[in-house]
Ligand binder design. Structure first.
Ligand code: GLV
Ligand code: MN
Ligand code: MN
Length: 415
């Protein structure tokens, strides 16, 4: 008989609403980017919420907030859950935040049910999951999985500031951050609850999704360098227009999408950006996403060929800088089945699905078996202020997360 567990939609919403007040004042939506003042303040807020729920909380060298709910047999490999609370520019209130507040609520509802775990439960608010100006996503989960390296810390933002300097200025310890990695075997399982960020669960009238795989991501900065000239006196045939060279690239990326992958040009800047000057430089920020590395390889090669051809035709130079690939990751079969059973035990139908979004879980997969649980996103909206998940849905997801952790604990007892 599954243990009856009841998460509180009101408590979950109260936490989400309170955290959403910590945001950058002049930015649109709910904007709390990695290392921003609001992000730094959020470390203390999350740690306080963890302490109020009975966890031992601290902020580590990478600015992850870590809460530990000690188990009865702490020498056993720990269970880990959590997500992130940084946001994209103009983002919403739920991406990542849902998984952090749900993880804290799990501790409250297990206590209310009079249960204790055998293993330590480690709740993490991972620092800097979203892409940032340094060109590195998943900074905190990269560190906890032992994958944050010196070369990452040397990355610079467009103003030339190094990541290690920015991390130190925000209160982190870059050198120590490279030594945070948990050893393989020290985490029995990592389970992340997240909003779906897509339309499937809502369209099918289902409450919870169980993730099979997390998409792989290639990100590329393309710089096309032409020549600035007078826009009124330079005939078209004599121009080296960098923006016109960029145009076929943009539509090529869109047309590369098929059943196996997607491409997006999400950023563009033009120099000098004057109406009466032929564009001298165009910079594109491009993403390719697929669960298949073969698709990423092929599409990357196609993009490089397209850029070469477009540059040649316009007499401009093309420089492509690829970020490190985030490879596709498959969830662990046993963790996935534990999540699916926990959903069924709550009287709901688990919907198997792939994640088209990247997640901290993909990093933690390097050191632990991982699984993910999705709750519905209204109209599939995400990375936008309209992002919404019904607190009732989040409560059902939180209960399933709690049941999953109980099952993976393999020996929880009445406290
Ligand atoms: C994270 O939200 C991502 O998929 O980029
Ligand atoms: Mn996101
Ligand atoms: Mn996220």
């Amino acid at each position: 008989m599954p243990v009856p567990l009841q998460a509180s939609p009101a408590r979950l919403w109260t936490d989400i609403d309170a955290l959403s007040a910590l945001r950058e004042p002049v930015a649109p939506g709910w904007t709390r980017p990695f290392l921003s003042p609001s992000f730094v303040r959020s470390r203390g807020w999350v740690a306080e919420r963890m302490r109020a729920a009975g966890l031992e909380a601290s902020v580590d060298a990478a600015l992850n907030v870590i809460g530990v709910w000690p188990g009865m047999s702490p020498r056993r490999p720990a269970l880990m859950t959590g997500s992130h609370t940084d946001t994209v520019e103009g983002g919403g209130r739920f991406d990542g935040v849902a998984g952090v507040v749900a993880a804290i609520e799990v501790v409250r509802l297990l206590q209310e049910a009079g249960l204790a775990l055998e293993r330590d439960l480690v709740v993490v608010d991972f620092a800097g999951e979203e892409p940032n100006a340094f060109g590195l996503s998943c900074v905190g989960s990269r560190a906890l999985s032992g994958q944050l390296e010196e070369r990452h810390l040397a990355l610079r933002d467009p103003e030339g500031t190094r990541l290690d300097d920015a991390l130190a200025a925000a209160g982190g310890d870059p050198a120590a951050a490279t030594r945070l990695g948990w050893q393989p075997g020290s985490i029995a399982a990592f389970v992340e609850l997240h909003i779906e960020q897509g339309p499937i669960l809502e369209a099918e009238g289902l409450d919870l999704g169980v993730v099979d795989s997390i998409v792989g991501i290639d990100r590329c900065a393309v710089e096309l360098r032409g020549r600035p000239d007078h826009a009124g006196t330079t005939p078209t045939r004599l121009r080296r227009d960098a923006l016109c060279a960029a145009a076929p690239l943009i539509t090529w990326v869109e047309s590369a999408a098929d059943a196996h992958g997607l491409g997006t040009v999400g950023a563009i800047t033009v120099e000098p950006g004057s109406l009466n000057v032929v564009p001298a430089a165009a910079r594109l920020g491009i993403e390719l996403r697929s669960a298949e590395e073969g698709w990423l390889d092929r599409t990357r090669a196609g993009l490089e060929a397209c850029a070469r051809e477009a540059a040649e035709r316009r007499g401009v130079d093309a420089v492509l800088s690829w970020q490190e690939r985030e490879p596709p990751v498959h969830c662990d079969d046993d963790v996935r089945e534990a999540i699916a059973q926990a959903v069924r035990d709550g009287g709901l139908t688990p919907r198997r699905m792939a994640s088209g979004a990247g997640h901290d879980a993909a990093m933690i997969a390097a050191v632990a078996p991982i699984g993910m649980l999705f709750v519905p996103s209204a109209e599939g909206r995400s990375h936008a202020p309209q992002e919404w998940t019904d607190p009732e849905h989040l409560a059902r997801g939180t209960e399933a997360l709690a049941r999953t952790l109980l099952a993976l604990d393999g020996g929880s007892t009445a406290a």
